[in-house]
Design a protein around this ligand. Structure first.
Ligand SMILES: [Fe+2]
Ligand SMILES: [Fe+2]
Length: 306
């Protein structure tokens, strides 16, 4: 069975929308440390393993795993090796590409060594991926020696050149520092600076979504007319509802996002990471029963109030 027919079989539309053309898993900020140490006591490796196991168990046709930075907490080579050892087998089984994006806690030379044979380790780690017609641009928004973000003029020129030619399914830009404000005021010190320069490059292009991390809390917004989706962390999360003006990092509420690309829209769905009691639901047999009915039959079986 080909990948395409598996996709069709797994995602038979039961409503008016066709199945997504691509499904991408968006994870962020795993912050791995060497020696299996958990950051702030969070079992960051365990949460990540759990997230990947959930993706595999989902039976979704995931064609890329995008990690929007802070892959490690200190840029330790061993931590990158651990990350590869955890993620690559899952990606292989899913048949998914991995898109690694630099974060402010990463170090360019170690990042380049770990994933790209040391390629351009002294420069911005910007790369283009082709996910069967969907273009994903990994943009390195880090500023060496600092935690805030920035893009230099060469990067912006490069991005403008890449986006000159549209991709068949459009483009997703993945970068660590989101071009959005955070309600957690302290995080705005560590923002992407001079965001208007990126807006000038993105406006009017085929970019359909911007994926980011860094904030450790989920948020969505608009930037230069493009939807922006920030995935929370798979390590500690930041409680955006905590009493002001403090910043509270939690071991809890870890999530990842599923990005579904349709011809006319891109959706971002937040998924809890962890094992929770299932208290309601329907078995697969019920979905199969609905799939065998026509539209009116489905409404009768599942929509009509009893
Ligand atoms: Fe982070
Ligand atoms: Fe960060």
């Amino acid at each position: 069975m080909t990948g395409e027919s598996q996709q069709e079989q797994r995602m038979t539309p039961l409503g008016q929308h066709s199945a997504p053309q691509r499904v991408i898993a968006h994870l962020s900020d795993p912050h791995l440390l060497a020696g299996g140490r958990g950051l702030h006591g969070v079992d960051s490796e365990g949460v990540l393993r759990r997230a990947l196991a959930q993706l595999e168990a989902s039976r979704l046709p995931i064609s890329a795993l995008v990690f929007t930075g802070d892959l490690t907490d200190l840029g330790e080579p061993e931590a990158y090796e651990t990350l590869r050892a955890i993620v690559e087998p899952t990606a292989e089984r899913l048949g998914a590409q991995i898109v690694w994006v630099m974060g402010n806690h990463d170090e360019r030379p170690a990042f380049a060594d770990a994933f790209f044979g040391g390629e351009a380790g002294d420069r911005a780690q910007d790369r283009v991926y082709d996910v069967d017609g969907l273009r994903i641009v990994a943009l390195d928004s880090t500023v060496t020696g600092y935690h805030h973000g920035g893009l230099d003029p060469e990067q912006l020129d490069w991005l403008r050149g890449v986006l000159d030619e549209p991709a068949p399914l459009g483009t997703i830009v993945a970068l660590h520092h989101p071009p959005l404000p955070s309600l957690v005021e302290l995080m705005n010190v560590l923002e992407l600076r001079d965001q208007h320069q990126l807006a000038d490059v993105l406006a009017g292009t085929d970019v359909r979504a911007v994926l980011a991390g860094h904030l450790h809390h989920g948020v969505t917004g608009q930037f230069a007319g493009v939807p922006v989706s920030v995935a929370a962390s798979s390590c500690y999360t930041i409680d955006a509802g905590a009493p002001r003006p403090s910043l509270a990092g939690l071991d809890g509420g870890q999530t990842m996002n599923l990005v579904a690309v349709y011809p006319y829209t891109v959706t971002h769905t937040t998924v809890p990471i962890g094992s929770f009691p299932v208290v309601a639901g329907f078995e697969a047999a019920f979905a199969e029963e609905l799939a065998a009915l026509d539209d009116a039959g489905r409404l009768e079986r599942f929509s009509r109030k009893r």
